[in-house]
Design a protein around this ligand. Structure first.
Ligand code: MRU
Length: 351
């Protein structure tokens, strides 16, 4: 274990010409990687949450494109271009909110435009590996930038899972928490359990235990009470899509954390690579919000908890207005009190 980096987990691996995903539906009790070598299976793994978290979905999709092109080339030789679009559509339809999915597919599509003659697999694999490595590097950089905003002896609260499991590695918000912990700045880390899928209880808690970072789990409804008692100084979250004005979509329950944080004078930090920023959307109202099956709310651990005859509303994400965000931390720099002009400036410097 590398205790210096607090970075011991990888959920996505390419080895033996195959994509391996750590099945996040089984954590924390079972650590099992599944091997994928066909694009429909990759898209289904994203839909079914074998892999989840915006940057991890993007990295997986990049490898999914490699798998799709390889199999089209094996079946159709140089005519593979004619049928690849249907595979890209299949990947793009896997989940709607995380813009990293569409960003990664677009990036792979661009790489397809300049291929040498012959088998395209090796060149596209190099591109997918670059997407993966760049995500990890961005996370380490954001970790340092975000940790730089945190004063010594701070308590932090995070929501959902934004760590190695949700990214290429290290994490966005959880990357900042890893870096701040390594710098000795954190007095305590609180994690929301994150109903209904329990990303906090099952995944964030598991990751932090793996990396020997102490964590205290709480019910989502405990957050305001914790803030009132002075237990936290920063709420630190990731994002699935940030609109051009700095409005932030993230796991359901993030918005009320931001409202409560502002009321209690707690700072609110969003950590996301620029691949999560969608400058084509002028505000958060335009972000497509995924509705997931009612069963996720009506049941817990496969056991029905609500009475028969009850229906459930299960939006998977909400949108926090930019006005409630103190800082958006990206690999290109920090945007304080974001607005449309500052987001444009960040993205034009990002090239
Ligand atoms: O439904 P999920 O588990 O894919 O949702 C994940 C989140 O909301 C994360 O907070 C977000 O993707 C940022 S992860 C680095």
């Amino acid at each position: 274990m590398n205790t210096d980096s607090y970075d011991n987990i990888r959920a996505i691996e390419w080895r033996d010409d195959c994509l391996y995903l750590l099945d996040q539906r089984l954590l924390p009790h079972t650590e099992k990687y599944i091997a994928l070598s066909d694009v429909v299976a990759v898209a289904k793994a994203i839909t079914d949450m074998v892999v989840r978290g915006a940057p991890a979905i993007g990295v997986t999709a990049a490898y999914g494109v490699v798998i799709a092109v390889r199999s089209r080339y094996q079946q159709e030789g140089d005519n593979w271009h004619a049928s690849i679009e249907q595979d890209l559509h299949c990947l793009a339809a896997s989940r709607p909110t995380a813009v990293n999915l569409f960003w990664a597919i677009d990036r792979m599509r661009k790489a397809m435009e300049t291929l040498p003659e012959g088998d395209p697999t090796a060149v596209l694999l190099t591109e997918a590996i670059a997407v993966h490595k760049e995500d990890i590097a961005a996370n380490h950089h954001m970790g340092e930038l975000g940790a730089g905003l945190i004063s010594p002896s701070s308590g932090v609260l995070t929501h959902c899972n934004t760590g190695s499991l949700a990214t290429g590695g290290y994490g966005t918000a959880l990357g900042v928490i890893r870096s701040a912990y390594r710098a000795g700045k954190l007095s305590c880390v609180y994690a929301d359990e994150t109903r209904p899928w329990l990303q906090g209880a099952r995944l964030t808690a598991w990751e932090l235990v793996q990396d020997n970072i102490p964590v205290t789990l709480q019910a989502d409804g405990a957050a305001s009470h914790l803030m009132k008692q002075g237990g936290v100084h920063w709420v630190i979250v990731g994002s699935d899509r940030i609109a051009g004005n700095g409005d932030v979509a993230n796991k359901i329950g993030t918005y009320h954390l931001a409202v409560a944080a502002r009321y209690h004078g707690v700072k609110f930090m969003v950590v996301a690579p620029t691949s999560t920023i969608d400058m084509q959307l002028s505000c958060g109202d335009e972000i497509p919000i995924e509705n997931r099956p009612q069963e996720e709310v009506l049941s817990l651990g496969g056991q029905r908890i609500a009475p028969a005859g009850v229906s459930a509303w299960n939006p998977s994400f909400d949108v926090t207005p930019a006005a409630l965000v103190d800082a958006i931390v990206t690999e290109k720099g920090v945007v304080h009190s974001p607005n449309a002009a500052k987001m444009r400036e960040l993205m034009s410097s990002a090239g």
